[in-house]
Design a binder for this molecule. Structure first.
Ligand code: CA
Length: 293
């Protein structure tokens, strides 16, 4: 699969593209630029693109069953709602981060909770993963991480996959869907040195993990039970950041990328950095979950 051809989708370019998610009800793909605080949406059939500016860096967002979005902006959990012809970001729970630190990747679980983690710019081990339940209470679920990323659930909802990017590992936890509790942390995948670092991920309909490899010029498919690499799809940018399945048949894999951290010469050499890509990997995905609170 490594010579599979990618397409560049849409005209938007992000400094730090992230958090792609598919709205199967409306046939729209959403993704973010974390640093400029924008939510982009794209209809892959018509090519129509729009953007919402939320006014602060936005680490991740997900659809909300009641409409609009739940999101983790720089400093806490927000609801983003549409009223009087404009979008409003309203803070729900403030989380104190050290200056320069901020929220990063997140996603909803199969029960409709919203999970989001932080990243620590300076000290190692100062970031955490939080979960907002559907009754809107927030608690810290994992402590002592540095760059919280990844997040997806096994098809039977019994395992949560998660990564602290700086460790090069994807972890598996036993997952209690009824209460959102994690147990029995173990290493599912160890990304070899030189391949890039594990960033955002998703799961396909065969239960295999798709992991964007930051610095690795690719997305990669892994068997989380054996930890083995199944294939990788090369992309013309060093910093792939996350991926999500979408499209009418859920057979399109959308991949975000970033310009962040690249110098002038690299940006000239990899001018598509920051673009949204799509490949058809020959396997389909599963619909993403919405926030139920
Ligand atoms: Ca990320």
């Amino acid at each position: 699969m490594s010579d599979m051809k990618y397409k560049v989708i849409g005209n938007k370019r992000a400094e730090l593209g992230e958090s792609p998610f598919w709205d199967e009800q409306n046939g729209v793909l959403y993704w973010l630029d974390i640093l400029s605080g924008k939510i982009f949406d794209l209809d892959p059939i018509t090519g129509q693109e729009n953007e919402i500016t939320v006014g602060k860096p936005i680490g991740c967002a997900a659809l909300r069953e009641k409409g609009g979005f739940v999101a983790a902006l720089e400093d806490g959990f927000y609801f983003i709602t549409h009223s009087e012809a404009k979008w409003n970001a309203e803070i729900f729970e403030y989380i104190e981060n050290k200056p320069g630190d901020r929220f990063n990747d997140g996603k909803c679980d199969p029960a409709g909770r919203f999970w989001a983690g932080t990243m620590s710019k300076g000290d190692k081990g100062k970031a955490a993963l939080y979960v907002m339940d559907i009754n809107r209470t927030v608690r810290k679920a994992v402590d002592g991480v540095t760059v919280s990323n990844g997040l997806t659930w096994s098809l039977d909802s019994k395992i949560m996959y998660y990564t602290d990017t700086v460790t090069s590992e994807v972890w598996a936890f036993d997952y209690d869907l009824a209460n959102g509790r994690l147990a029995n942390k173990r290493t599912a995948i160890r990304v070899p040195d030189g391949m890039g670092l594990p960033d955002g991920m998703t799961i396909d309909a065969e239960g295999m993990l798709w992991v964007a490899l930051w610095g690795g010029y690719c997305v990669s498919r892994w068997d989380p039970d054996t930890g083995s690499l199944l294939c990788k799809i090369d992309l013309p940018v060093p910093h792939t950041s996350s991926c999500a399945f979408g499209g009418r048949n859920m057979d399109e894999l959308y991949i975000t990328s970033a310009r962040e951290g690249l110098d002038e010469a690299q940006l000239r050499a990899q001018p598509l950095s920051g673009a949204l890509f799509m490949v058809k990997p020959g396997v389909s995905g599963v619909p993403m979950f919405r926030y139920k609170g």
